[in-house]
Design a binder for this molecule. Structure first.
Ligand code: GLV
Ligand code: MN
Ligand code: MN
Length: 428
């Protein structure tokens, strides 16, 4: 157990566990964005935000925001947060740990009788995980002005448009311009590592250096649904054969490019829809979604070029057609802010905690926030590196240690960002 942390580790843990309890019982731990369970989770957050003395509202991009005015609100806002939605059968910590940390940091300040000069906002960003509408980071895109009209037209399998879903959870798709912020001076996000570096090296914390850019590409093959018993093999137009060969190409090409690049590169097919998906019918249509992540955009461009060619060849060989590749979403890789990273390192040092620099292969709201303000992230260890799975786990004291570092960094940044920049600061 980490001694003498300047916050209440049990209180923080109880928030994480209370949110974990709000799950689809048949698929722990599932609290998908836009669902009744998601709204139930938010109700709990609203209650806890209010108890902590935060004024709460939902912005037009659907983000839940709790605010505590600073003694000098003209200085602007320092924001803390993450997301409360989960992937299907996901975990109890991904995103949730960051929202609960923001809340606990505010309570710890209040308990210590400290009022900061900057206003503080705790944000639960809407739908960080890929939603049923095919889009991730809906709220953070909105906060930085990147949620566009085309995205609002995206539709979930039941037919609801993202535009209508946004309204349903308290946003306003017709006034998204008001969600765009220019008063946030810094954004800090705590997250579980979702990898094994910290645990395997017994390091308390990771300070994130960069976050991968993610591109999601849709590929659709159209063939012909036919009787699986009577249609001779040579006369089939089997869309799944082309899709399966494309899945294999994605893996082969990703391995080749990952070996060649000096940066980070992975690609995955995580969605494969087969129609009609019946054991005795030749698949007539297949849709797959490729998730490509990189620190070098040129590698993604090369990957797309190769997969475009390979999937066309697979379509020809299977006697099916392939529609043009569609980019569903695209984000650039980002570098975390050096001043904020330094504050996090100093915070760790002041508490006697070990910390190391780490790159993030997962996407985060901080990647979008970095477009409007300096942003940085702190990673806490998670058991066996497991995430996006029910076994996901992080210890109470590991999260508390990360939260305490965030609190230290916040206090330091409140002081340093309040000072007018000197010429030597500007050249740093
Ligand atoms: C977010 O969880 C991601 O897909 O990296
Ligand atoms: Mn996630
Ligand atoms: Mn997350």
């Amino acid at each position: 157990m980490k001694a003498n942390l300047p916050l209440d580790a049990d209180r923080l843990w109880s928030d994480v566990m209370a949110l974990a309890d709000i799950t689809d019982p048949a698929r722990p731990y599932t609290r998908r964005s836009f669902t009744a369970l998601f709204l139930e989770g938010r109700e709990l957050l609203v209650k806890r935000f209010a108890e902590a003395g935060l004024t709460t509202h939902i912005d037009t991009a659907g983000n839940l925001i709790g605010r505590l005015d600073g003694t000098n609100p003209a200085l602007g806002v320092i924001a803390l947060g993450s997301h409360s939605d989960t992937v299907p059968s996901g975990g109890r910590f991904d995103g949730i740990a960051g929202v609960a940390t923001g809340l606990e940091v505010v309570r710890a300040l209040r308990d210590a009788g400290i009022r900061l000069a900057h206003s503080i906002e705790v944000v639960d960003f809407l739908a960080e995980e890929p939603s049923e509408y095919g889009l991730s980071c809906v709220g953070s895109r909105g906060m930085v002005g990147l949620l566009d009209g085309k995205m609002l037209e995206l539709t979930e399998p039941g037919g609801e448009k993202l535009r209508d879903a946004l309204r349903r959870v308290g946003g306003d798709p017709d006034r998204l311009d008001t969600a765009r912020r220019d008063d946030i001076r810094a954004f800090l996000e705590l997250h579980i590592e979702q990898g094994i570096v910290l645990e395997s090296q017994s390091i308390d914390l990771g300070i994130v250096t960069s976050i991968v850019g993610i591109r999601r590409i849709e590929v659709i093959f159209d063939g012909a649904a036919d009787h699986a018993g009577t249609t001779p093999l040579g006369l089939r137009h089997d869309a799944l054969v082309a899709a399966a060969r494309t899945v294999a190409s994605v893996r082969d090409v990703a391995e080749q490019l990952a070996a060649e690049t000096s940066g980070y590169f992975v690609a995955t097919v995580g969605i494969l829809n087969v129609e009609p998906n019946a054991s005795n019918v030749v698949p007539g249509r297949c849709r797959l979604v490729i998730d490509v992540r990189t620190t070098h955009l040129a590698t993604t461009a090369r990957f797309v070029e190769i997969i475009d060619r390979a999937s066309t060849e697979h379509a020809v060989a299977a006697k099916v057609t392939r529609a043009a590749l569609t980019t569903l979403s695209e984000g650039s890789p980002v570098t975390c802010d050096p001043v904020l990273r330094d504050a996090l390192h100093q915070g760790a040092q002041s508490l006697g905690l070990s910390a190391t620099d780490l790159a993030s292969g997962a996407g985060h709201d901080a990647a979008f926030m970095s477009r409007i303000c300096p942003s940085a992230m702190i990673f806490v260890p998670c058991r066996n590196g497991k995430s996006h799975a029910p076994e996901e786990w992080s210890d109470r004291d590991e999260i508390a240690a990360g939260a305490a570092v965030m609190l230290q960094a916040l206090k330091a940044l409140d002081r340093s960002l309040a000072r007018p920049a000197t010429s030597s600061d500007e050249t740093k």
